[in-house]
Design a binder for this molecule. Structure first.
Ligand code: ADP
Length: 328
């Protein structure tokens, strides 16, 4: 039997993502709607350990839904990885009378939340906030849609210059272990080729083959999207390889980098954040703990942390086929 909840803490942890503010706002206002207090914790687990918190009311989160980043700020906190760090965090949880916690972050943040919950018998739920869309048990993570739109917009601009000069552009996008951004933004931006870490044969050999067939089919410029994860070579080595073996190509490299994390969240991310934030508070009030609030077939659902963290999210293989056909 869980105890009655009078005060909920909320924090953002790990890599920031557009839409985190919208999720905080939804949690705060869901608390208000239930007559529960809400405490914002600054800089993720660091703020728990350092007792850096602020009461949040419905009006405190006005004009935040449209803002990128996270006004509570995020941090990577090494101290929390050790049990002693989590003891300190729990002491501050008790000191501030926090009955339950909402953690907005990625798989690392959920692992920390799971440990805190189990070691101290404390109620925790997670909301997936990461641009990579790399968490099992949810169709989408908050920030992913915005990142896709950012990449597509950037590649559209690169295409203008590529086609004016017969250039080959290698565009690196984020996604260390997951090629979701590369694959989806690549299709959306009409890339000629997409290289992602999940599929072994999507490296340099495939790129060379694709360049040859593009030439034969009459293409004069090309955009290739490369996920930053391991595709066999880094993007500069890829450029050097192509320059050496296909000297007729004018090859340019563009690394989109951190711009992919920034910007105002898309409408889809705002709605997702609102939906998951409201459900997170509902779930805590129902006594749920150690679960991530995900979205599946449009419904907000509770997914056990052990499931969300158990395996790698599978790539949508059908999209590879779609990419091949639509880039002919
Ligand atoms: P993300 O949540 O985006 O995956 P990180 O992997 O950096 O980002 O994790 C965010 C924070 O979660 C870390 O700085 C740390 O405080 C906590 N954390 C990550 N992994 C663990 C772990 N194995 N045990 C306890 N806490 C962890």
């Amino acid at each position: 039997m869980t105890k009655e909840i009078k005060k909920i803490g909320v924090l953002t942890s790990g890599g920031d993502a557009p839409g985190m503010n919208a999720a905080i706002r939804a949690v705060v206002r869901a608390c208000s709607s239930h007559g529960i207090e809400c405490l914002g914790i600054y800089e993720g687990y660091k703020g728990l350990i350092e007792d850096n918190m602020i009461p949040l009311y419905a009006r405190s989160v006005a004009n935040t839904i449209n803002k990128g980043g996270t006004f509570l700020r995020s941090a990577r906190c090494l101290e929390f990885i050790e049990p002693e760090g989590r003891v300190k965090a729990y002491e501050n949880i008790k000191k501030n009378n926090i009955d339950a916690l909402v953690v907005i972050g990625g798989d690392g943040s959920f692992t920390g939340a799971q440990k805190l919950s189990k070691e101290h018998n404390f109620q925790v739920v997670g909301i997936p906030g990461t641009i990579d869309n790399d968490i099992c048990g949810t169709d989408y993570t908050i920030g992913y849609d915005t990142a896709l739109n950012t990449v597509v917009e950037a590649v559209d601009k690169i295409r203008d210059t590529a086609s004016s000069h017969n250039r080959l552009f290698l565009v690196e996008v984020m996604g260390r272990d997951a090629g979701d951004i590369a694959l989806n933004a690549g299709i959306g931006a009409g890339a000629e080729e997409i290289l992602i870490p999940e599929i072994e044969n999507l490296g340099i050999d495939r790129l060379m083959h694709s360049l040859d067939t593009s030439r034969e089919s009459g293409k004069t410029s090309s955009i290739v999207i490369v996920a930053e994860g391991n595709t066999g070579m880094n993007i500069l080595e890829m450029r050097d390889y192509v320059c050496k073996h296909r000297p007729d190509y004018d090859v340019r490299v563009s690394v989109l980098g951190h711009m992919q994390r920034g910007g105002a969240p898309s409408c889809a991310d705002r709605v997702l954040a609102c939906k998951l934030g409201v459900k997170a508070v509902d779930a805590l009030l129902e006594g749920q703990t150690n679960v991530m609030i995900g979205v599946s077939h449009r419904q907000a659902v509770c997914v056990d942390f052990s499931v969300a963290l158990s395996k790698e999210r599978e790539l949508d293989k059908e999209l590879l086929r779609v990419a091949d056909i639509t880039s002919l």
